[in-house]
Design a protein around this ligand. Structure first.
Ligand code: ZN
Length: 267
């Protein structure tokens, strides 16, 4: 499932595709994949990209004409250039049509992904409540102490709660906790401030390294050029039998997801 580094990687690829291009349409090929703001003002197309940002696992593409596209890949969504995937795919759910006969295909096996076209001023209405950006200045040990103060839930679940911190999913939560030497079942409110400062430092480090390597391709994550990311080669705990120090890794289920941890390193 794409997490922050994968979404950032796809966003960079999409921006590259849209630079110098005009968007001339948005085609919905699977009911419910494309969501339209009922308050669109006039014709949305043609339009060009004026600005872009990532918020948690959401890509926001701001367009000329006062509209925006919000793209959420969810579990298996990917955006692929027609330069790479020329023919239509049976899992193609939507299509961003560009001038010169080009297109960006939204391919999504599980069909949970969405593309929303809305007025730029309405973007927040189409996003859920999203917490602090982990790579921004808003994430500090002190802020995390405040956020975690009322939460007795396991720290791993707290890290993955998008309304607290936006963008972390299962793979990176496992990696961050291993590097921070925190046991994933520890109640979030029981972690000391010095340890939270380490957690913040490792969160930023893991995400920054993963972005530099174009994300992690465990199952089906692909870049816009349909290539894999490379961070899967640098995972230390996720789906491992031994931790880097040679201890046996334990596996358990938390919130329906697999947790991998080292009972020796993460006391
Ligand atoms: Zn270990």
């Amino acid at each position: 499932m794409p997490e922050l580094p994968e979404v950032q990687t796809v966003l960079s690829g999409v921006v590259k595709e849209l630079r110098g291009a005009r968007i001339i349409g948005l085609e919905c090929l699977y009911p419910g994949t494309v969501i339209m703001d009922p308050e669109l003002k006039g014709k949305a197309w043609p339009a060009t990209l004026t600005d872009f940002e990532r918020r948690g696992k959401y890509m926001l593409l701001h367009l000329s004409g006062g509209h925006s596209l919000i793209i959420h890949l969810r579990m298996t969504g990917k955006l692929v250039s027609d330069r790479i995937v020329a023919g239509p795919s049976c899992h193609e759910r939507a299509c961003i049509l560009l001038d010169k006969g080009r297109k960006l295909r939204f391919i999504d096996i599980r069909t949970f992904g969405k593309i929303t076209l809305c007025r730029t001023e309405n973007v927040s209405r189409f996003l859920p409540t999203l917490g602090v950006e982990p790579l921004g200045e808003g994430l500090t040990g002190e802020n995390l102490k405040e956020l975690f103060r009322p939460r007795k839930i396991p720290v791993k679940n707290a890290l993955m709660d998008q309304s607290l911190i936006a963008g972390l999913g299962n793979i990176y939560a496992n990696e961050i906790l291993y590097r921070s030497k925190i046991n994933p079942v520890t109640p979030a409110n029981k972690i000391s401030l010095p340890r939270l400062r380490i957690l913040v430092k490792e969160t930023k480090a893991v995400l920054t390294e993963a972005i530099a390597m174009n994300g992690t391709s465990i199952s089906d994550f692909r870049r816009v050029d349909d290539k894999s990311g490379e961070f899967q080669n640098f995972l230390q705990i996720y789906q491992k039998e031994l931790c880097p120090k040679g201890h046996a890794v334990k596996k358990l289920r938390q919130g329906g997801r697999s947790t991998f941890f080292c009972p020796v390193c993460q006391k």
